[in-house]
Write a protein that binds this ligand. Sequence first.
Ligand code: IMP
Ligand code: MG
Length: 188
Amino acid sequence: MIKTDIQSIDEYNNKIKRVLITKEEIDEALDKAAERINAMYDGHPVLLVSILKGAFVLMADVCRRVTVPCEIGFMCAKSYYSGTVSAGKVSITMDLEQDISNYHVVIIEDIVDTGRTLKDVVNLLKERGPISLTVITLLDKPSRRVVDFAPDVALFTIPDCFVIGYGLDCGEYYRNLPYIAEYNEGVN
Ligand code: IMP
Ligand code: MG
């Protein structure tokens, strides 16, 4: 293994504790989310904004189901730097290239945990005066919230556990898992 925090492939695999949400369940939820976007915007163009890196898989799957004209844009906002502990601050390290004042903006996020990242991102984007702003998140962990923030759409509400897969990482690994799994913090 390249990184010193994982010593062997067995250790890597043992960190995947159990599958929480299967690929099939994700696919079904994505169909519903896209139907909702298509109905909401009813032929009007939208700008889908994905928060990197975690939402890159979700963005790819959602945008291919959307039938209204859509542009995509990316921002990089981080509140976790490594491991499973929040650093407790948000920094925008890559911004959108679009002037969003003429857009219906749909933020596509992987997970709302403390809510700090999205609250900051939403406030920032609202200041730029989009026609409308909607937040869709794959996962919501409401029990972990430390700021007042609620997404408009959450595809799954999950308990307070650290999850990996489908874009979500631990120490940059596991983003490529096609399902969402609980991360095993206790096993080496
Ligand atoms: P928040 O600002 O605390 O809501 O954190 C949002 C960000 O923290 C997400 O975009 C993820 O990158 C990361 N995060 C929060 N919970 C998890 C988790 O269970 N697994 C992996 N990343 C997480
Ligand atoms: Mg992350």
